[in-house]
Design a protein around this ligand. Structure first.
Ligand code: FES
Length: 203
């Protein structure tokens, strides 16, 4: 079946996590905690076809306020595509990008208010959910931290590439940054002199 993430058609199938469909289609979907329902970077707004997805999990209920649910909020790492239909979602990053690029000040204020309200009202529930999962052995903190470290690297790559897409005139400085981060991550930074990395990037 075809679903739409940020208005781009993506291949997906029933039984698949929305997060995985997004990843396979290189959609702008974060997954900083590796799908553990901690980071919220996979948050999406379901614009159409909410009935195609599984019901909100306990993790989503702990982290997402009624207000955000009413706006179509879901965590892609917790949402399974259960039936075919016209599913359309917008990632949080894309939602914010459109607000900023459209110079939509009222939209930005509403966005900030809703997120602020969510943090204020759901922080105790979210913390309680995490504590309970660790206590009952459903989540291993060490394993989760490793996933978060790995996810943060991919998230930073994602942020830079999104930035380049939005502001093409910043491509050279951003690609230098990207190249440096990749070299550090792969452990080759020391082996490759900076001047060489700059030459490679500039090609
Ligand atoms: S990937 Fe972290 S909450 Fe979904």
């Amino acid at each position: 079946m075809i679903i739409h993430i940020n208005d781009k058609p993506c291949e997906a199938h029933t039984g698949q996590l929305l997060l995985h469909a997004g990843q396979l289609n290189k959609s702008h979907l974060g997954y900083v905690c590796g799908g553990n329902g901690i980071c919220q970077s996979c948050f999406v707004y379901v614009r159409q076809g909410a009935e195609c997805l599984s019901a909100p999990s306990n993790i989503e209920k702990a982290f997402i306020s009624e207000k955000l649910f009413a706006e179509g909020g879901r965590l892609a790492c917790q949402s399974v595509i259960q039936r075919e239909g016209d599913l359309k979602v917008l990632t949080r990053a894309e939602h914010l990008r459109r607000i900023v690029l459209g110079l939509n000040l009222p939209g930005f204020i509403t966005y900030a208010e809703t997120i602020g309200y969510n943090v204020r009202t759901k922080l105790p529930d979210g913390a309680g959910n995490l504590f309970e999962r660790v206590r009952t052995g459903q989540m291993n903190p060490g394993d989760s931290l490793g996933k978060i470290g790995n996810g943060l690297f991919h998230a930073s790559m994602f942020a830079v590439s999104s930035f380049m897409e939005s502001f093409p005139f910043m491509q050279l400085p951003a690609s230098l940054l990207l190249s440096g981060a990749k070299a550090v991550y792969s452990g080759t930074a020391e082996k490759t002199p900076l001047i060489e990395r700059v030459k490679i990037t500039a090609k």
